[in-house]
Design a protein around this ligand. Structure first.
Ligand SMILES: Nc1ncnc2c1ncn2[C@@H]1O[C@H](COP(=O)(O)OP(=O)(O)OP(=O)(O)O)[C@@H](O)[C@H]1O
Length: 914
């Protein structure tokens, strides 16, 4: 809530004689301060000139106690020239000599009130912390020397105030006394917390100095930087157009941020001197106070609730309460004991007992006192039991053995259970999934390509150098194979998941279709069962229709005759007869239609047939999927088995042949070639090592930055190039000339040009080509990743489409089933109605039982008519009602109705949900 800062003005009259020139008066009635220059200053509290400390407190600061207890921050600031009673107002005349409580200032009174309030709410857990600091210039000093300190009672606080007062610097210092109040209590299932702070700022005197401003004009500003900045802050906050408040320009304003324009409920007490000589200072203080009154603070309640472990909290509260009670009991007992001992009323032995008790209590208190180490627990005392009997050792050994046996047994059970569960899970995987072979193999192929390099020359190089078995290479190969394994495993998992979903949907479709078939079969059964009744009803209604048609024709003839004869009386009579007959004929024909269901049966039979076909197809599909999956799984298993069994390859015969020394080269040349190959291998090993490092880094970090990515490509490319050179040199060693004859003319010319290039030029050219290749490889890698991404997206979309179409099918079959079941219900009702109609003795009770009950009742009152006549009319009306109420597109869905016949009433209740 928004609240203005409140201002109180206290005029310091004490010590002044009546002869002194007075320039300021207070009018507590209308809360105005009148100055000698006849200016009036409206304030919130204009305190009487000779008011006592109590009046000051009760009028101004006492209401703040309630705010504090409610969880709001409150602030009291005293402002004014030196010696005007700021400290006196807040604390009193020096705490140590304040024999009379009447002299106590706002702070001690406030504290007393807070503790009194705490007593009123015994169900709450309270905690009071006190801190007091002074601001000298831009330095903050702790007056208590202990930071914020918890106080359990008023005397604790008062003692601290005394300590603080003795440390206050005599002049030029602001002091800030803060009391933090924490409270907790249980409300139903939650714990309420409130933390609020009361701060009391006793500012330094506002005395001014004369300075020249930037324009060379003389002006007075407060000597203290804190007061200067506070003035600027107050001016900014009270100016609605100003958006910047210079809080951070002094320590004082930084600390008072909450009091001015912040979230505290603030009271500013302006202490002024009444003397004419202090008029300028008084005016300054009052004007600042007046501006402060315009500032709005946003006062908030610092409260929150916690909901966890209420039981635990309750327990803690309960325990705390019990502990407090116990402490009280103990201190009472102590007092009593001490009195008894002092009076020497007890025998010596009992006195000793008491003194022992007192010692124990003292020990406890020492342990619990704050000076003792927190959370110190007594060390465990090793109990030495003197027992050397071999008997106990044997028992111990026996126990150990039996325990070991039990552990062994439990482990066995655990192992067998785990094995069982694993094999069950495997079985479930086998039965629930099958795989898309092509997709899997293509994916694996892709990763294999990626792993083996662009030209696959690493492998061939190793074939050429079978002795090359470096640790780095092995690590590298491990990493690559792990990569392949991980990616293929991921793919497999993904595919298996898709297939499992497809199978699940397939299964759903099957069970759905089975349900539909069952419903349709029932319906057919019903139709067949009711066939006879229907056909007899149909026959009877047909006869009735013929009769009605005849009657209708006769009536029509009569009507025409009457019209010709211009006999209006007869004309009217026959006209109404014709209309009535027409209506009856229409009803009866509709009823007749209801009894015709030859086509319905055929339709149902054919749809049942289609459903059965579908079911067969689904079941076949399921079997097929299962078979594919099992086949895939078998292949996978045999593959992994083979890879486990595979032994390190022995050098190829071809390779052995290749490394045989060539006789056409002399031994020196051969040795130099070998030396070169050795060097190349070393370089290759080094590069492999570097590549391996980056690969490991990528494994740990899961991704590589661009420069590492490029380095990796460079190493790979360099390794491949070295492999090629080794291959070339090895071929020379073996006497094969690996260089092919260049046939193309252009190529030959290019080669000739190359030969003319200097070594340096060749180097630059090679380097450029190398860089180009790296660029190309990096862009190809990026493209590969993009393709993979697109493939994934495509897969996801395909999967979603598949799922949606499955859902659509399910919805369709559900609708079909619902229609069939509605038809079935309709058949039941129709059958009963027709039986009743054809006089098969349908009993009304059964009708109402079968037809159920619900919704809009249409009651047809047939007073005094016989039941048989009523039934006919009812059927006709019902048929009409059905045609009118059921929309054409839903005609295939018959309405559900409840029919009851009571004495001379027929009640028809429509129960269709739509
Ligand atoms: N209303 C009062 N009744 C009696 N004595 C007072 C009153 N106001 C102030 N005094 C006395 O006047 C003296 C100066 O008061 P105090 O130290 O509170 O002024 P101050 O404004 O805090 O001064 P400084 O800014 O220098 O700290 C003190 O001895 C104090 O006891």
């Amino acid at each position: 809530m928004e609240m203005h800062i409140e201002t109180a003005v206290r005029i310091h009259t004490s010590g002044y004689s009546p002869n002194d020139m007075v320039c300021v008066h207070s009018n507590p009635v209308n809360n105005t301060i009148q100055l000698a220059n006849s200016q009036n200053y409206p304030v919130n509290y204009a305190l009487p000139a000779d008011c006592c400390q109590n009046t000051v407190f009760t009028t101004t600061a006492a209401p703040l106690v309630n705010y504090l207890v409610e969880g709001c921050d409150v602030s009291v600031v005293t402002l004014g020239q030196s010696g005007t009673g700021k400290s006196y107002t807040l604390l009193g005349p020096g705490f140590h000599c304040a024999a009379s409580e009447a002299d106590h200032g706002i702070i001690p009174r406030f504290i007393r009130e807070v503790f009194a309030k705490m007593k009123q709410y015994r169900d709450r857990n309270w905690c009071v912390h006190i801190a007091w600091s002074q601001i000298c210039g831009e330095n903050v000093q702790d007056l208590l020397g202990v930071g914020s300190i918890e106080c359990r009672n008023i005397s604790d606080v008062f003692q601290l105030i005394q300590v603080g007062m003795s440390n206050i610097a005599p002049k030029c210092a602001h002091t800030l006394f803060t009391l933090t109040l924490e409270q907790q209590w249980v409300v139903e299932t939650s714990v309420q917390h409130r933390v609020s702070t009361a701060s009391f700022a006793d500012l330094a005197g506002t005395e001014k100095v004369l300075v020249y401003d930037s324009n060379g004009m003389m002006q007075t500003i407060p000597t203290d930087l804190g007061i200067q900045t506070l003035q600027r802050c107050i001016m900014s906050l009270s100016d609605f157009n100003c958006s910047f408040v210079p809080y951070t320009q002094s320590v004082l304003t930084t600390l008072l941020k909450d009091s001015f324009g912040g979230r505290a409920k603030t009271l500013l007490i302006c202490c002024v001197s009444p003397l004419a000589q202090d008029f300028t200072e008084t005016l300054y203080t009052l004007q600042l106070g007046l501006r402060a009154q315009m500032i709005k603070n946003f006062v908030t309640v610092n409260s929150y609730a916690t909901f966890e472990s209420t039981q635990e909290n309750c327990d803690v509260f309960g325990l705390q309460f019990a502990a407090n009670q116990l402490l009280k009991l103990v201190s009472n007992a102590e007092e009593l004991f001490q009195r008894l001992v002092a009076n020497d009323l007890l025998p010596k032995s009992e006195q000793e007992q008491i003194s022992q008790w007192l010692m124990l209590k003292q020990e406890c208190e020492d342990c619990l006192s704050e000076n003792s180490e927190p959370h110190r627990s007594l060390e465990r005392i090793e109990e030495e039991i003197e027992s050397d009997s071999s008997e106990s050792e044997a028992i111990e050994e026996e126990e150990k053995e039996s325990l070991l046996d039990r552990v062994q047994g439990l482990m066995e059970t655990f192992r067998s259970n785990t094995d069982k569960l694993v094999s069950e899970a495997n079985c479930a995987n086998v039965t629930n999934s099958c795989t898309k072979e092509s997709m899997n193999s293509s994916n694996n192929e892709y990763h294999m390509k990626g792993a083996r390099g662009r030209r696959g020359s690493i492998h061939s190089a190793e074939e050429l150098n079978p002795c090359l078995s470096l640790n780095t290479l092995r690590i590298n190969d491990d990493v690559e194979s792990q990569k392949i394994a991980v990616t293929s495993y991921d793919n497999k998992k993904k595919i298996l998941k898709q297939i499992a979903t497809a199978l699940e949907l397939n299964q759903k479709k099957i069970s759905d279709l089975e349900k539909t078939i069952r419903v349709k079969e029932n319906l057919m059964e019903k139709l067949l069962k009711h066939k006879d009744t229907k056909s007899s009803a149909h026959h009877k209604i047909e006869q009735k229709c013929q009769l009605l048609r005849k009657e209708y024709k006769n009536a029509e003839v009569k009507f025409l005759q009457a019209k010709l004869q211009k006999n209006h009386h007869l004309e009217g009579k026959y006209k109404s007869e014709v209309v009535a007959l027409e209506e009856r004929l229409r009803d009866t024909e509709s009823l007749k239609n209801l009894t015709e269901d030859g086509n319905k049966l055929l339709e149902l039979e054919s749809s049942l047939h289609t459903d059965r076909e579908k079911l067969k197809k689904y079941k076949q599909e399921k079997e097929k999927y299962k078979q594919i999956y099992e086949k895939q799984l078998k292949e996978e298993r045999s593959k992994s088995k083979a890879s486990c069994e595979s032994v390190p390859k022995t050098p190829d015969v071809k390779v052995v042949a290749l490394i045989k020394p060539n006789v056409s080269l002399n031994s020196e040349e051969l040795e130099s070639l070998r030396h070169e190959i050795r060097n190349l291998r070393k370089t290759r090993d080094y590069l492999l090592e570097l590549r391996c490092k980056i690969t490991l880094k990528s494994q740990n970090k899961k991704f590589l930055n661009d420069s590492d990515e490029r380095k990796l490509l460079q190493y790979e490319e360099a390794i491949e190039a070295i492999d090629l050179i080794i291959e070339y040199k090895n071929s020379i060693l073996c006497g094969h000339l690996p260089v092919k004859e260049i046939e193309d003319h252009g190529d030959r010319m290019l080669m000739e040009r190359f030969l003319k290039l200097s070594e340096n030029e060749m180097r630059i050219l090679l380097h450029r080509y190398f860089e180009k290749i790296i660029d190309l490889r990096s862009s190809s890698k990026k493209l590969d990743l993009e393709i993979l991404d697109i493939e994934n997206q495509h897969e996801n979309l395909a999967y979603r489409v598949q799922k949606l179409s499955h859902n659509l099918q399910l919805v369709r079959s559900d609708a079909e089933r619902r229609i069939a079941s509605l038809q079935q219900q309709h058949e039941d009702k129709l059958y009963l109605v027709l039986r009743n109609l054809t006089g098969d003795g349908a009993d009304n009770e059964r009708i109402s039982r079968v037809l159920g009950s619900r919704h809009s009742a249409v009651t047809v009152q047939v007073a005094g008519a016989s039941k048989q006549v009523d039934k006919n009319r009812f059927i006709a009306k019902w048929t009409r009602y059905r045609q009118e109420t059921v929309p054409r597109q839903l005609q295939s869905v018959p309405p559900q109705a409840k029919v009851t016949i009571e004495k001379n009433k027929i009640i028809l209740q429509k129960t269709n949900k739509n």
